[in-house]
Ligand binder design. Structure first.
Ligand code: AMP
Length: 195
């Protein structure tokens, strides 16, 4: 396997959710990463959208790095089929390693774990701890209520537009992913192989 040309950290639900569009998006995202010479970094589980995106990446020929805390190995059903599986001691170590191994971040639909991870890398970026692009894949309007709330946060002047500008949101991964990878200044191989 050749060296991946970019590495995307994906945050997503440890459950599949109710809308089949979420599963479809996880498959498309993993396929896109694999087909474009990329690497997936994720939480290392087999459950829910997490397992789906990992399997799709590997099926498309991509590398997958999973990072899972020891205490969650059984609960999240650690994916021993990953190209690399790192078992770490704490959730903080997991999130730190995932962030270090990624060139860009993207959140699919998920629950509080997904939100926490997404907001953490966003807040780290606003503080200047990193300058890696962050995307929100708004599958079937899932994140619409959150985006509306965030707009009201700006209106209430608890944050500025510049902070909103630190994330990119789109409903189409074939727009969002190239934009994130290019913003990270990295090459995308096989660009003609659209999915
Ligand atoms: P969820 O979106 O709630 O299904 O969780 C998705 C992933 O986020 C799971 O692998 C969780 O272990 C992980 N996660 C990361 N940070 C946290 C946290 N502080 N609380 C709960 N889950 C978390």
């Amino acid at each position: 396997m050749t060296e991946p040309s970019f590495s995307v950290c994906v945050y997503c639900g440890s459950k599949p959710g109710t809308d089949p569009a979420f599963t479809q998006a996880a498959i498309q995202l993993g396929t896109w990463i694999g087909q474009h010479g990329g690497q997936l970094v994720y939480g290392g589980g087999r459950n829910g959208l997490m397992g789906i995106v990992a399997d799709a990446t590997m099926a498309a020929g991509g590398r997958v790095i999973g990072v899972i805390p020891r205490a969650l190995v059984e609960k999240e059903w650690a994916h021993t089929g990953c190209t690399e599986l790192h078992v770490v001691e704490t959730m903080h170590e997991r999130k730190q390693m995932m962030a270090e191994k990624a060139d860009a971040f993207v959140a699919l639909p998920g629950g509080i774990g997904t939100f926490e991870e997404f907001y953490e890398v966003w807040t780290w970026r606003q503080l200047g701890y990193h300058n890696k692009p962050i995307g929100l894949l708004n599958v079937n309007h899932y994140y619409e209520p959150m985006l509306s709330f965030l707009k009201s946060v700006v209106q209430h002047e608890f944050m500025g537009e510049w902070q909103m500008d630190l994330i990119q949101s789109h409903d189409d991964l074939s727009v969002l992913l190239p934009s994130l990878v290019q913003a990270a200044g990295l090459p995308i191989k096989f660009q003609s192989q659209a999915i």
